[in-house]
Design a binder for this molecule. Structure first.
Ligand code: NAD
Ligand code: UDP
Length: 340
């Protein structure tokens, strides 16, 4: 029996699409998710796309007894750890919730792995660990700093992983620092489904395009950028999924190692660039108004991708038009499903 890849948070946005890539590459997948920010219907979509249904356990990464049972029942080769809370604003309001879920949850998971002698770990980190960039593009050795509990929880887990790696032989760990994941599966069957008002730009833009929201607020047009709006490195979520596969393959083929790797495209686009691209994809006008800067936002951020290319042999291939085309297909599918 082929051993399993345990995917925590595997019914969420990035975890579900990485599961698609894992299944298509021939892996067996076991998902552990507490469904706090996702729906089990995603399992049907994964099966529709891949023809395979991943094993699924509804449960929490902080549940030590459940983890011990899971590791005793399944032969697990590696863990991809997506489960976590991800809203920056909410993390400022409820820091303990974030440290408990993201830090304590990761420690519980690592303890269960240690007990089961599973030592290959792919972690969903974030470019937020770089703080306000001192130089661009951001290389992996850029100084690390954070400005909010969410970012701090990611940095703390990276530090815990460094300590663990030094303390014991055999760990193969990749901290994948995502830039801005957007887009959806090209079938339109799986995408990002934020609950309530979206915090992130692209889900908000998509909801304006489909008529669910009246207009977008563009947070600041007076940044030191070509058009004054914030610049980010948007990466197609399917490229991100492939980046996880590349990291997994690297870890499985090599001896003990701890990597921190940027997953981005290396190109920055402004808020207005993204609005225009989405208008082209949807053939609709995106109404927007210029609003004050959002507290805590940085002007620009994009990745140096050379380490990912050299180390993992991976580069992103999709441009922003493909990201917007796929996000629009998903948004139309989601709206049609919602309206029966
Ligand atoms: P998501 O909310 O769609 O997926 C996370 C999943 O984890 C959800 O299905 C949720 O139900 C589950 N979950 C949360 N806490 C859990 C717990 N204690 N036990 C079990 N399951 C739990 O988020 P996403 O966008 O897919 O992000 C995945 C990971 O990537 C997160 O760790 C996030 O911090 C990180 N990340 C995301 C972005 C982004 O912009 N989406 C950027 C950088 C890093
Ligand atoms: N943004 C915006 N309006 C929104 C949400 C975001 O103008 O409703 C801008 C934000 O200021 C930033 C860019 O879009 O310049 C990306 O923001 P997002 O929250 O998606 O990602 P992050 O800030 O985490 O990079």
């Amino acid at each position: 029996m082929t051993p399993y890849i345990l995917v925590t948070g595997g019914t969420g946005f990035i975890g579900s699409l990485t599961t698609v890539s894992l299944l298509e590459a021939g892996h067996n997948v076991l998902i552990l998710d507490n469904l706090s920010n996702s729906s089990p219907s995603v399992l049907d979509a994964i099966e529709k796309i891949t023809g395979k249904r991943p094993d699924f356990i509804q449960g929490d990464i902080r549940d030590a007894a459940l983890l011990a049972d899971l590791f005793s029942r399944y032969s697990i080769q590696a863990v991809m750890h997506f489960a976590g809370l991800k809203a920056v604003g909410e993390s400022v309001q409820f820091p303990l919730r974030y440290y408990d879920n993201n830090v304590h949850g990761s420690v519980q998971l690592l303890q269960a792995m240690q007990a089961a002698n599973v030592r290959t770990f792919i972690f969903s980190s974030s470019a937020t660990v770089y703080g306000d960039p001192k130089f661009l593009p951001l290389t992996e050795d850029h100084p690390l700093s954070t400005t909010n509990p969410y970012g701090h929880s990611k940095l703390m887990v990276e530090e815990i992983l460094q300590n663990l790696y030094k303390s014991e032989d055999g760990w193969r760990i990749a901290c994948l620092r995502y830039f801005n994941p957007v887009g959806a599966h090209p079938s339109g069957l799986i995408g990002e489904a934020p609950q309530g008002i979206p915090n992130n730009l692209m889900p908000y833009v998509a909801q304006v395009a489909v008529g669910e929201r009246a207009q977008l607020s563009v947070f600041g047009d007076d940044y030191d950028t070509p058009d004054g709006t914030g610049v980010r490195d948007y990466i197609h979520v399917m490229d991100l999924a492939e980046g996880h596969l590349a990291a997994l393959n690297y870890c499985l083929e090599n001896d003990s190692e701890l990597l921190a790797v940027n997953l981005g495209t290396g190109t920055g686009y402004s808020v207005l660039d993204m609005i225009s691209a989405f208008e082209r994809s949807s053939q609709r006008r995106i109404a927007y108004q210029i609003a004050p800067r959002r507290p805590g936002d940085i002007a620009s951020c994009w990745a140096d991708t050379s380490f990912a290319r050299k180390k993992l042999g991976w580069t992103a291939s999709s441009g922003i038009q493909k990201m917007c085309d796929d996000a629009w297909r998903w948004q139309c599918h989601a709206a049609a499903t919602k309206n029966g």
